[in-house]
Design a protein around this ligand. Structure first.
Ligand SMILES: [Zn+2]
Length: 265
C-alpha cells in the first residue's frame, strides 16, 4: 500500500530518522510513499529523499500558503528537475482561503496570487505530462474548492488532479470524479464525528480515491494528536476497508492500481 501524500522534508522529521520511518512503514504494509514539497526551502530536500530512498517518490510545487514569499518565476525552481525519474507529480499546490492573508497582503491579492500560481502549476503539469496534487481549504463554504474546480476544468483534458485530504460530502467528490479527477482520504476517516468523510468513503466508486497520511500532520486514531508518519496509513486503510466492506488485499489492489496510474510509477 502507498502513502500517497506525506511531507518527509518537514522540519518535524530529522533527516537521520528517515530510514527508520521507511522501515516502520514497511512493517505496517506501507511499501511506498509520495513526499510533497511545499516551498522554495523544501523542494530540494524532497527531491533528494526520493533520489536516495527507493520506496520514496517526490512531487514538486509551491503550497498556496507559501506563495507570498516565493519568487514570481517559481517555475525556474521546479522545471529543471521534472525529468528526474523519481518525480511523481506536480504539487502541493491549490487554494487556501482558511488562513488569513500574511502581513502586508490584502486578502484579495493573496488569493489572486494563489490562483495565478495554481494555474501556472497546471501549465507545468500539462507541459511535462504530469498529474497534479491539490489542496483546498475554506473557513466556511466551499469557495476555494469551487475556484479550484473551475481552474481544473480548463486543464482536465490533459491533466488529472487529486483533491487531497478530501473533507467534503460525496456530492462534491462527484464533481471531481466527473472531470476525471480523484480524491484522497487521511486519518480524518478514523476520527469519531467524521460522518461526512466516512459517507464519502463508502460512496466513492473503485478507482476514484487514494489513501494518505499528510504526515507529519493529522495522525489517525489511535495516535491522534501525536506526530503522524507514513506507516500510520495502515490505520486509515483498515478503517476504509471496513467502511467499504472489502479486505485489506482488495483495498490494496484497488488503490495501488489508482496510485500507479496517477503517479505514473
Ligand atoms: Zn500536504
Amino acid at each position: 500500500m502507498t502513502d500517497s501524500h506525506c511531507h518527509l522534508g518537514s522540519h518535524k522529521f530529522a533527516t537521520s530518522e528517515i530510514p527508520e520511518l521507511i522501515e516502520r512503514a514497511q512493517q505496517n504494509g506501507i511499501s511506498r510513499m509520495i513526499t510533497l514539497a511545499t516551498s522554495e526551502e523544501d523542494l530540494l530536500t524532497n527531491l533528494q529523499l526520493a533520489q536516495k530512498y527507493e520506496p520514496v517518490f517526490a512531487c514538486l510545487g509551491i503550497h498556496p500558503c507559501d506563495v507570498h514569499h516565493t519568487r514570481d518565476d517559481f517555475e525556474t525552481l521546479i522545471e529543471p528537475h521534472l525529468n528526474d525519474p523519481k518525480i511523481a507529480a506536480i504539487g502541493e499546490t491549490g487554494l487556501d482561503y482558511f488562513h488569513p492573508a500574511p502581513e502586508g497582503w490584502s486578502q484579495h491579492d493573496y488569493h489572486a496570487r494563489q490562483r495565478d500560481f495554481l494555474r501556472r502549476h497546471f501549465q507545468l503539469a500539462q507541459k511535462h505530462g504530469l498529474n497534479i496534487v491539490l489542496h483546498t481549504r475554506d473557513k466556511n463554504g466551499t469557495a476555494s474548492f469551487d475556484d479550484c474546480l473551475e481552474i481544473y476544468q480548463e486543464f482536465h483534458d490533459s491533466v488529472r488532479a487529486v483533491f487531497h485530504c478530501f473533507p467534503g460530502p460525496f456530492t462534491l467528490a462527484e464533481k471531481v470524479i466527473a472531470l476525471g479527477g480523484l480524491v484522497s482520504f487521511t486519518g480524518i476517516a478514523t476520527f469519531k464525528n467524521a460522518q461526512t468523510v466516512t459517507d464519502t468513503v463508502q460512496s466513492c466508486p473503485p478507482g476514484s480515491f487514494m489513501l494518505e497520511t499528510d504526515s507529519p500532520y493529522l495522525s489517525p486514531t489511535p495516535h491522534r494528536g501525536k506526530r503522524c508518519e507514513p506507516g500510520f496509513t495502515k490505520y486509515t486503510a483498515e478503517k476504509v476497508a471496513a467502511l467499504r466492506e472489502v479486505t485489506w488485499n482488495e483495498l490494496e489492489e484497488e488503490t495501488e492500481r489508482t496510485v500507479c496510474s496517477f503517479f505514473r510509477i
